[in-house]
Design a protein around this ligand. Structure first.
Ligand SMILES: [Zn+2]
Ligand SMILES: [Zn+2]
Length: 153
C-alpha cells in the first residue's frame, strides 16, 4: 500500500487530496493569509518579509495573478506612485516575475531607500529620532518629512 500523503504544513494525513500538498484546514488557512496579504499590499502598500515567506508556499501562477490584480488596482485608482511601485518591485524581485509574461507594461524600477525605510519605522531620516508620520517637519532637526508641505509663512 502506498504511503499516505501528509500535509507539508501540519504533518497530518491528507484525507481530501484536492488540496494536496496541504490538508483542507491548512489550505483554507493559507488562502485566508493570501487574501490578507493582498489587502495589506493594496491598502497599506506594504509587503513584509514574513508575508513573502507565506507567499512562497503558493504557485508562481498564483503570485503572477496576485501581482496583476494589485497592479491593475493601483492603476485604476490612479495610485501607481512611488510607494506602490516600491511594493510591486519587491514582489517582482522576490519571485522573479516578468511583466511581459504577465501581459502588463514594464513597471518603473523604484526601490525602497534608506529614507523610506526610516519613515516607515516612524523615524526621522535626518536625525533618526522617533517621530510621527503625520508630522510635516521633524521637531528635532527640521527635516522635511512631508515633501508636499509648503510653509505658509
Ligand atoms: Zn495541514
Ligand atoms: Zn530629525
Amino acid at each position: 500500500m502506498a504511503e499516505l500523503e501528509k500535509c507539508i504544513e501540519c504533518g497530518k494525513v491528507i484525507k481530501d487530496e484536492s488540496h494536496a500538498p496541504y490538508c483542507k484546514v491548512c489550505d483554507d488557512k493559507l488562502d485566508k493569509q493570501f487574501d490578507t496579504i493582498e489587502d495589506n499590499v493594496i491598502i497599506f502598500k506594504e509587503l513584509l518579509d514574513t508575508e513573502i515567506e507565506t507567499l512562497k508556499k503558493f504557485e508562481t501562477e498564483d503570485i503572477e495573478e496576485f501581482f496583476k490584480r494589485v497592479y491593475k488596482k493601483f492603476k485604476a485608482d490612479g495610485n501607481l506612485n512611488n510607494e506602490s511601485l516600491i511594493v510591486l518591485n519587491k514582489l517582482k524581485d522576490s519571485f522573479g516575475l516578468v511583466e511581459s509574461k504577465m501581459g502588463i507594461p514594464q513597471i518603473a524600477v523604484i526601490k525602497e531607500t534608506k529614507e523610506d525605510k526610516l519613515l516607515k519605522d516612524n523615524k526621522c531620516p535626518g536625525c533618526e529620532k522617533e517621530i510621527q508620520k503625520d508630522f510635516n517637519l521633524c521637531p528635532y532637526c527640521g527635516y522635511k518629512i512631508n515633501k508636499d508641505f509648503k510653509s505658509k509663512y
